[in-house]
Design a protein around this ligand. Sequence first.
Ligand SMILES: [Zn+2]
Length: 334
Amino acid sequence: MTRILSRRGLLLTGAGIGAVTGLGVSRAAAQAPEAPCRLAVSAGINAGTYRFHIGDIRTTIISDGTIAGNIRIYARDAEQAELDAVLGAAHLSQSQFPLQLNAMLLEQDNRRILIDPGANLAMGPNGGRLISRLADLGLAPGDIEAIFITHTHPDHVGNLRNQDGTVAFPKAGVYVPEPDWQFFYINEPDLSHMPMPRDFQERFIRNIKISLEAVAGNVLRYQPGREVLPGIMTVPAHGHTPGMSALLIASGGDQLMVTADLAYHPLLNIDQGWMPGVDIDGPAARQTRNRLFDRAAANNLLLFGFHFPFPGLGCLYRTGSGYRWLPQAWDFTG
Ligand SMILES: [Zn+2]
């Protein structure tokens, strides 16, 4: 069924076009329907897993669920008129902008490694699906040998503990970047730069501390820049947090880069180049992002984004003024 824009809608859209001349979004804004085209999903049936291979490494993206937050958390420096145009054209909410929680499972020679297991309920009620989705794959928490953490924000470490406070993965060594361990766990972090209320910041810190406390006996601290596990090279990516690390996973001539939170969503932080509001060191985060995105573009690397639309895979290329994201299409042949 074709939707017809009302006269009022056309006038509002027309006003939007004037506000964003030169941003390359006016055509999309002019053609966007008044409401998104979607229907209700069937509860409990969609799988939330996607499997492929990096050389000999069987790799599965597992959705822990979703989170949502105010757009200023994810796009600090965007002009309001540009936000209105870009998000309006995509029918994305500015008060509850949606992000995914994409965990990654690596399996090789009977070893199983999780990368950034996800939030559990640390950031809202729509996380916490990882354990049941591992069970769907025939795996129990005790089957996980190692867990790799890119940075210690609660949406990445919440699943280290169960809701009752016990360790979620009892046999796993947990690799944590040393600068994050010091900043968030050993010390009392100052997060006053974050565009959230004080009580949110306090919950944020508390969720980090209780998650790391649960695994403190199994933590293996690393300095980004080394091969920590065979085939997993850590790449310094600080700026979002003091110790954030991207990962380069390599096997049999294949490569994939885990981008951690260099970008929250391709629409915001790749195609538009806006900076996340929670970056603790904005200039360093921008420098890191450009360095790694340039490397990815030059080498045509497959990228993985923890918060990108599931399953978070794609590549990017350089444009005259920035970058453009190309999502990887689903492949049912494997
Ligand atoms: Zn995150």
